[in-house]
Ligand binder design. Structure first.
Ligand SMILES: NC(=O)c1ccc[n+]([C@@H]2O[C@H](COP(=O)([O-])OP(=O)(O)OC[C@H]3O[C@@H](n4cnc5c(N)ncnc54)[C@H](OP(=O)(O)O)[C@@H]3O)[C@@H](O)[C@H]2O)c1
Length: 273
């Protein structure tokens, strides 16, 4: 956090935020909000044309471990202090996609990138993981983590959602003394909801866009948590409403198991976190 003194305006704090998926949807709207306040905002995404002028754009395909490592190095070098890391990158795929590193795409982008950025950046004060905490449909397919045998786009997304809940639990157990980890479900929000959909899912997505709240409304609970992070090391929210951490989704045993399994997945590729 930097303290800036403006003549006649008193003192205001400027902050540094890093937003993955900050080129579109809620990530982009958050970037705009904090730029307008005078904060430093770094956004990570693939498409430079969508980056807001004034942000520091870091181009990366976050579904690749190697790219996450490059982003981590760049952020840690350029921004020694990160006040808030906001995790928004996502991409839906009806058909199974395997990255060139051999990982199932939704696992790699919607979960593993968040694991890497959460653990790899230089101790952000707050991490806000925008996902879908506490969903009863979420489960980890321990025997088929890459969903080689039973891929379905929704199954992959629910698995990633559950994995993010467990990421929050395992992260808070290790770093709760220095970082507040917030899991937040924004509800239905009318964004681009980018992805590669079959016809039935595309119809569902169009309905979501029609009935979702506007992006500016959708980001309000996220802004509230960034501006005023809860005191606890880990919290979860459905928009503004807290979600109890006693749900099975936040099982500490499963969180530790996934942490170890994830380290093994990462360890099978070159380089440190
Ligand atoms: N919208 C909803 O109703 C809703 C509901 C529940 C939860 N959520 C969660 O809220 C978060 C934000 O969702 P949103 O709807 O705002 O998303 P969105 O509009 O679809 O934007 C997704 C972002 O992810 C980036 N991205 C996609 N693939 C990438 C890749 N391989 N590498 C790097 N960046 C990549 C995109 O940037 P580029 O195109 O530049 O790559 C874009 O900035 C997500 O985590 C989502 O799961 C949303």
């Amino acid at each position: 956090m930097t303290i800036e003194i403006h003549a006649g305006e008193g003192t205001r704090m400027t902050r540094t935020l890093v937003i993955s998926g900050g080129t579109d949807g809620m990530g982009r709207a958050l970037a705009r909000t904090y730029l307008e306040r005078g904060d430093t905002v770094a956004v990570v995404g693939r498409d430079p044309a969508k980056a807001l002028p004034g942000t520091t754009f870091i181009q990366a395909d976050l579904s690749l471990i190697s790219e996450n490592r490059r982003v981590i190095d760049e952020v840690n070098t350029r921004f020694p202090v990160v006040d808030a890391l906001v995790l928004c990158a996502r991409y839906f795929r009806t058909h199974r996609f395997v990255t060139k590193e051999g990982l199932e795409g939704t696992f790699a982008l919607d979960y593993l990138s968040r694991f890497l950025l959460s653990h790899g950046l230089n101790g952000p004060r707050t991490i806000v993981n925008v996902s879908g905490p506490g969903q009863p449909d979420g489960r980890i397919h321990w025997d088929d983590l890459m969903l080689e045998h039973r891929y379905d786009g929704m199954r992959a997304q629910f698995q990633a959602g559950k994995a993010n809940d467990l990421l929050g639990v395992a992260f808070a157990a290790r770093h709760g003394d220095r970082t507040r980890y917030v899991l937040i479900h924004p509800g239905g929000v009318s964004t681009s909801v980018a992805g590669e959909y079959d016809a039935a899912t595309a119809m569902h997505v169009e309905a979501l866009k029609r009935y979702g709240v506007p992006v500016e409304e959708g980001i309000k609970p996220i802004v509230a948590r960034i501006d005023d992070p809860p005191a606890e090391p880990l919290t979860a929210f459905m928009r503004h409403r807290p979600i109890g951490l006693d749900l099975p989704s936040f099982d500490p045993g499963a969180a530790e198991k996934l942490h170890e399994v994830t380290l093994a997945v990462i360890g099978s590729t070159a380089g440190p976190i």
